[in-house]
Structure formats: C-alpha cells, structure tokens
Design a protein around this ligand. Sequence first.
Ligand code: ZN
Length: 449
Amino acid sequence: MFESGESTQASAAITAARDAFARLGRELGNATRIDLIRALVELKSSCAAAQAVLTADLSTDRRAEHAAAGVPTAQRGRGVAAEIGLARRESPKRGSQFLGLANVLVHEMPHTLALLRSGHLNEWRAMLLVRETACLSKADRARVDRDLCGRPERLEGMGDAKIIAAARAAAAELDVAAVVRRNARAVADRHVSVRPAPDTMSYVSALLPVKEGVSVYAALRRDADTVIAAGDERSRAQIMADLLVERVTGQASATSAPTAVNVVISDHALFGDGDEPAHVVGYGPIPAAIARDWIKNAAAEEDSPETVQLRRVYAHPGSGALTAMESKSRCFPKPLARLIDIRDRVCRTPWCGAPIRHRDHIEPHEAGGATAVDNGAGLCEACNHAKQAPGWSSRPEHRTPAARHRYSFTTPTGHNFTSTAPPLPKPYPLGIEIYTPTEQILVDFLACN
Ligand SMILES: [Zn+2]
C-alpha cells in the first residue's frame, strides 16, 4: 500500500532488483560467484539499514499522531511494534525488538547505521553493538559508536565474539557503574520456561544467577550419587531428572505428580484406532497412541478421580451447546475462555505464537461485541495492547459451524490481515453414538468448530 509517486518508484526498483536476482544465470565463474555472494550480503545489510530508517520514521510519526489525538504519553506509540512485526511477517515480540534496534540506530548510533548501510556490519552485529551499549548514557553510547564505527577499518575482520568484547571493553572503560547496574538487571530477568522437545519430551529451563544455577545442579548430582550408592539401577541422569520433578512438585515420586493436562483428541483416535495426533494444550501434538495410554492409565488409577485431571475435549460439529453459549458478562466466563484457549492454542496474531494471556473481544464490548466464542480470540498480552491502539479495527467472520473460526483485522495503515484458528482433530462422522465417559476421568465434553 504505497502512497506517493516517490514510494511507487522505490517499490518498482525493489521489484526490479528481485526479478534480476531470480534471473541470475548459473553459468558463472567461481570468482564471480564469490563476488556476488559478498555483494548480496552487503545488499542485505543495506536493506536492513533502510528498514531501520523506515521503522524509526514510522514510529516518530505514529507518536506525533497519538500526541495530537490526545493519547496519554505512556500509551503513545502503542501498536507500532505489532505493525512492524506484521510487515516483517514476524511476531510482535520480534517487531518490538526491531523497533528498539531501529530507534537506537537512527537516533543514537549514526556511525553504526552508516556501517550497516555500507555493508560493513550485518544486522545481527549492529544489534550486538546496540545491546552491549544499552547500559550507557546517550553521550557515552555516542562515543562508543564513534570510536568503534567511525571508520570501517576498525571492525574489519571482527566476528561476533570480538565485536561483543570490543563493545563491552569500551562500555566498561567509560562507565563501570553502568556495567554493574546492568548485571543487577540481568539478575532481575531470572525465570523458568518450558518448550517442546522431540519424542513427546519437554525442556524445562531456568535462567538463574550463576551461583544458584550451579548449586541446583550440584545438589541434584550429589543426591543422585547417594541414591546410586544405595543400589538404584537408574542412570545418574535419570535420577537427577526424577529428583528435580519430585522436589519441584512436592511429590513422593516423580511418576505420581498430578497430571493437569488438557488433551484434545478425536473420538476416532480415542475409541477407535485413529492415528490423528492428539493436541496437548500448551505443548503441541503428541501421537494418538501415547494419548490413549495416558487416558487408559489414568482410568486404571485406584485413587480418587481428583488425582486424574486429564481433560478430554471433543471436536463435534453435531452438538452446538457450548459454541452457542452467550454471556452478558464483559469477561469471558471460564468455560468459554477454556474453549477459546483450546480452539486457538496460541496467540491468534499471524506469526506471533506467544502463549494466550487474554481472551479478547474481536468486536469490542463497548461497540456491542458479544461475549461469545465467535467474537472471542486468544491473544498474548502484547497483541491485546496493540489492538487497542488508535487506528486498529477487527471483526469476526460469520461462517458455517463446520468452518474453522476466522476473523480479520486492519492496522492503522489500512493493511488487512486474517487469522484462522488451527484445525482440531477430526471427529467421527455425525450420528455415531460413541461417547462413554469413563468414571475415573474428569471428562469435559465441549463442542468445538
Ligand atoms: Zn501475540
């Protein structure tokens, strides 16, 4: 969506260059190939510099517009990171990182920007320089920018590690106290996260100050050795992993940690021999056979039903009870929120993929939007905030019950995007009565389309 004659020209030049690369011949000498690889790397860097300038200018304009419209200072510029992410086909989080980088390059580190434009630095290394000088005052940062990037020869031949070291040394020389404060801030970033690993495994990671991290590991290793000395046949690695689970969950043994897991599995896969993967909410797909085993084992447990919280959720286009549920409430009631979480799995913004934190009214509640599953979308915190910025609008699409949920939204520049919910496991054809709730399992029958 280019607006002026100037930008039409720029757009045409970019398209022409892209076409020229597509037509690049294969019958070339090797020296020419090497020269072209270098030239294209430099071109990628200058593209990154051009993107940085466009991004910083958009940000400045948007802030001015928000100020003119009387938006409170703290909320000015809201939504810009999401716009940048969408334009780059990346998550709003990456959009936000690039916006930060662009603003620093354009407003605080002109020499670094110049080296990016000339191809002497790539985008990653420019980012390293921005990151390593983030703790400094504007004046000190400008000095590092000038010292390191004032002349292209200064950084010639330096890889990532050397660039980081040079920037850190320069920062420490100018302001030791700032570097110390930065370390204190790093401690504040400690956190625990979980992400999927192959073969239905998962990684639980903790980012900790070095002393705590080393002591966690040493304690597990020491106690695993004690267990091994008592004759346990598991490997040290296995015992350490089991001890970690036991201690964190407060369970007597790792295997009896309570399972609070939402599994979406088709009836065909659960009661028949269907192979369609089940979906574990917050994790992703797992093989149907493994989900069947979980449910079978849960059903065989002798403990009270409360110890088993495998929640089975069905995709059944025949029963519309929950999808039709409406509420006068402004917040999505729990069953509806749970249904949206299971339907959407992760934030619905294209390319985002962050965990869902808000069930958002696609058409705002104030504008008469219903608190209903069709008008709800699972969004992460950043996307929910971006959507509330001036100039954003979104609307649900009314589709047949069999179709996957879809809505579209428009950013302040008038660019349109659509978001379609991921598919759920397919159920048996309609009319087959196969629901036989197992007593030992807490069963939820939800109807999802
Ligand atoms: Zn998001």
